[in-house]
Design a protein around this ligand. Sequence first.
Ligand code: SF4
Ligand code: SF4
Length: 298
Amino acid sequence: MSKGILFNIQKFSIHDGPGIRTTLFLKGCPLRCQWCANPESQLAKIQILYHQEDCLHCLNCIQLCPTHALTHQDQCIHVDFNKCIGCLECVKNCPGHALSNEGEYKSVEEVVAICLQDLPFYEESGGGITISGGEGMSQPDFLRELLPALKKYNLHLAIETTGYVPEDLFHELAQMFDLLLFDIKHADSKKHQAGTKVGNELIRKNLKWAIEQHIEILPRIPVIPHFNDSLDDAKLIATYLKELGLKKVQLLPFHQMGEKKYQLLHRNYAYENTKALHPEDLLSYQQIFTDQGIDCFF
Ligand code: SF4
Ligand code: SF4
């Protein structure tokens, strides 16, 4: 059986589809959104986090690393992720517990067993399993085995997707889900490119195809300061959704829950010190969708 690399399994999740759900967060994403709340999700490999305040500077980790991925500079351990193979020797043998890892390989069997622990809650609440990420479709071999194994138990399956997936692959995988939670970041491809490093042409094609196939879709807009939070942005996106015949949309206001993770990954964060948005900040934004006959909610 194939293994997937996951960075989180969240039980009793109530925001990622109907009912009570288990959300499986898979590593790997083709987008590089500047505001990403899960920067540890982007690379489809194990990542080592360094907590400098706990480091004893014993250099044990450097001596143990089989690929010479670690260096000590400026009183700080640096990880070269191009060399790291995720063996976790450094994490296991750090006397200060200054190293930890994001991402863990799990077999289909292991993941199914975890999901089944909450079967009565799914049945009671009309819930199920949601694949998230990163991009949930970024580990297709794993999904090809995992999804049928979950369906054996008649579980409702949802996926959070960026839609930025090669068309053939999207067509194959999307049909295996009961619900697509489809991210709409911007209707303007140039702006989409500026914020995420990819244009939106492929996403538009996949969304149109999924609508034509009558797959249930909930479009979701992460509302991000300086990217798509103006009323002009809202008008553009609302017009796009209306043209597609979509009747509902969920707004996901920008939050700052990912900030600390950038520090641990030693990465710059473009949205440092940017204020979070709240539903009360977005009432005029919401109204633009309502005026187009789209049920818009948070
Ligand atoms: S083994 Fe742990 S405590 Fe020692 S230098 Fe490496 S990170 Fe720091
Ligand atoms: S996980 Fe293994 S390869 Fe990666 S830095 Fe630690 S010891 Fe080196």
